[in-house]
Write a protein that binds this ligand. Structure first.
Ligand code: ADP
Length: 606
């Protein structure tokens, strides 16, 4: 139904509603007028005629009341039908007035005749107001009531007849004109009423949405605050503990284990931030999916191997079934990394919420549709039916805000379902309290030929030692310390500066082999500093110094901005030592006799 159809059917509904509302009063008034006329004509008319007319009038009024009582506002088609039937009945009603009075008005008694005609005029005037919502009805009714007596009076002739007939016709014309105006006004009012209803609804919807956004925001802040504080608390506590250990001369092994714990807390924090970034991308509709061949069986086994430790720790059996993938083989086209992310999340939850029994991953390809379905089943706590749909809402956790026994942000399933949907599939859950849950990820992953060409050119590990001088522009002293330590460990010479202006200056005087450039810095940021260096290089005809952005801005748009500013590479913080080393190996290895660097060009944009 298009917008104009919808407006006219809503208009029809309110119009019929108004007719219905006014119908009963109009029927009772019509009945009163009938009884008055009956009294006026009593003993002046043959009984048969008068009682016959009265019977007809009573029948019509009863029919009107019956139709009004049976009225049920339903579909637009039945409303139109009701209106047509009601209009026909009222036109009959009008004719019973008009023809009845035309026949019964006594020729010898002009006073009674005038009173009868006045009664008709009153009936039409009242009906005009009652029927104004539907112009054709008001028009037809007026004509049915007034035309027969007007014709009868004109036919009768003489001064009284001609005068009465003419007056009735003039009144009828006036009645038609005023009803037309009234009908237009009523329809305008009805339109305004609809508009107002629409506005009120839009307002209510906007209010609900705003309230929901505000609730999600509060929930987001509460969850983030909790989830960030937990690993941060661990990191700070462990760092203090480490200092005490160092002062007390603890063994290297104990120190290494404490540092390992700090690293784990950091990784947890990073996972949280990645989830939030994914969620933001989904919200902004900017999630892009790859379309490459991959081996689904291998991927599932990988995910199971990764989760295996957690399952073993809890004494759970972890089963993998991939036989159902069918004759087309286990190679598919799709976004392997995102499929992995969904499965890791489902498996992580299955293990997290299962205390005993087993967890099973089962993959099948549906023969008819070619779609792949992967079920992750557990024999865990289960989820109550009322909560099942909510678990896919952002930040929702069954245990509620104050009972975070299991940690987590409540974002995992939201992201997993959105990813599944972005792939053209879905993620559904079935569960029974105390029995367990099944999460079914399903997506169209078309079969692909095994990738025979080795995709990943075997990457020789980056050499442990690199050669060269690196200028690091970084305003955060801790980050500067971390990167400096890494660079020195690679065997590089390092110079640190705190902003872009100093970086330009030191580049000019020191001519480093490579620049590591933070993007946001005081005085001159990394983009402007890079621009200035590139401009100077061009001006002086100097070779291009490699500039690598090291930044905590991890969006794709940030990467593009770095490259546009003239940087060569981009590495998002936090990065691992190996990532930095492989990246630098491209630029800081000696060039061999053919002018080719021996390093690897890593594709490690994180
Ligand atoms: P979280 O990071 O909290 O695990 P998820 O979005 O992955 O966030 O899950 C949302 C909630 O759904 C969880 O907090 C948990 O209450 C419930 N849930 C998810 N998976 C399972 C499962 N396999 N068994 C029982 N409850 C689950």
């Amino acid at each position: 139904m298009d917008a104009s159809d919808e407006t006219s059917s809503r208009l029809l509904a309110v119009q019929v509603e108004l007719l219905h509302e006014r119908g009963r009063a109009s029927a009772w008034m019509s009945l009163s007028a009938t009884l008055l006329v009956f009294a006026l004509l009593w003993s002046r008319m043959p009984n048969a005629l008068l009682f016959g007319w009265l019977g007809l009038r009573l029948l019509l009024v009863a029919l009107r009341l019956w139709m009004l009582a049976r009225f049920e506002p339903e579909a637009a088609s039945s409303l139109a039908h009701w209106r047509a039937a009601y209009t026909s009945l009222l036109v009959l009603d009008g004719l019973s007035w008009g023809l009845g009075i035309a026949v019964m008005a006594p020729l010898d008694d002009p006073v009674i005749t005038m009173l009868l005609l006045a009664a008709l005029v009153a009936v039409v005037a009242v009906a005009g107001t009652m029927m104004a919502p539907h112009l054709p009805l008001a028009t037809a009714y007026g004509m049915a009531v007034l035309l027969p007596p007007a014709a009868a009076q004109l036919w009768r002739g003489g001064v009284v007849g001609t005068y009465a007939g003419a007056v009735l016709l003039v009144f009828l014309l006036l009645h038609l004109a005023t009803t037309r105006i009234a009908a237009r006004q009523v329809s305008e009012l009805l339109r305004l009423r609809l508009l107002l209803e629409d506005e009120a609804q839009a307002h209510a919807r906007a209010l609900t949405l705003a309230e929901r956004h505000s609730a999600v925001k509060s929930q987001f802040l509460a969850t983030m605050s909790h989830e960030m504080r937990t690993p941060l608390h661990g990191m700070l506590g462990l760092a203090r503990h480490l200092r005490e250990q160092a002062l007390a001369g603890a063994s290297a092994q104990r120190t290494a284990s404490t540092v390992g714990l700090i690293e784990r807390s950091g990784a947890q924090l990073l996972g949280l931030i990645n989830d939030v970034l994914d969620f933001a991308k989904i919200e902004a509709g900017r999630m892009r999916l790859a379309d490459e061949p991959f081996d689904l069986e291998e991927l599932i086994e990988d995910v199971a191997a990764l989760g295996g430790g957690g399952a073993r720790d809890k004494g759970l059996a972890l089963e993998v079934e991939t036989d159902g993938l069918g004759v087309t083989g286990t190679w598919m086209r799709g976004d392997a990394a995102r499929v992995r992310q969904v499965l890791q999340n489902l498996l992580g939850n299955a293990i997290k919420f299962t205390e005993s029994g087993r967890v099973r991953i089962k993959a099948v390809r549906h023969a008819a549709t070619g779609r792949v379905r992967i079920d992750v089943e557990d024999s865990g706590v289960g989820i109550a039916a009322a909560r099942l749909e909510h678990i896919f809402e952002a930040f929702y956790q069954v245990e509620g805000e104050f009972d975070r026994r299991h940690g987590g942000t409540g974002l995992g399933l939201t992201i997993a379902r959105e990813l599944a949907r972005a792939m053209g599939g879905d993620l559904r859950a079935r569960s029974r309290i105390g029995v367990g849950s099944v999460f079914s990820f399903e997506a169209p992953l078309p079969p692909a030929l095994p990738d025979t060409q080795p995709q990943e050119v075997p990457v020789p590990p980056a050499p442990r030692r690199l050669v060269g001088r690196v200028l690091v522009a970084e305003d955060n002293p801790v980050n500067a310390l971390v990167v400096e330590a890494m660079l020195r460990q690679f065997g590089l010479e390092v110079e640190l500066v705190e902003n872009g202006a100093q970086a330009v200056d030191r580049w000019q005087h020191g001519r480093p082999d490579l620049l590591l450039m933070d993007c946001q810095m005081p005085e001159l940021d990394g983009f402007a500093a890079t621009g200035a260096i590139r401009a100077r290089e061009e001006e002086l005809g100097l070779p291009r110094v490699p500039i690598v952005a090291l930044t905590a801005n991890a969006f794709e748009s940030d990467r593009e901005r770095c490259l546009e500013a003239g940087m060569d590479e981009y590495l998002a913080k936090p990065f691992r030592e190996e990532e930095l080393r492989s990246l630098l190996a491209c630029y800081l290895l000696p060039i061999d006799a053919d002018g080719i660097r021996k390093g690897v060009r890593p594709d490690i944009i994180v």
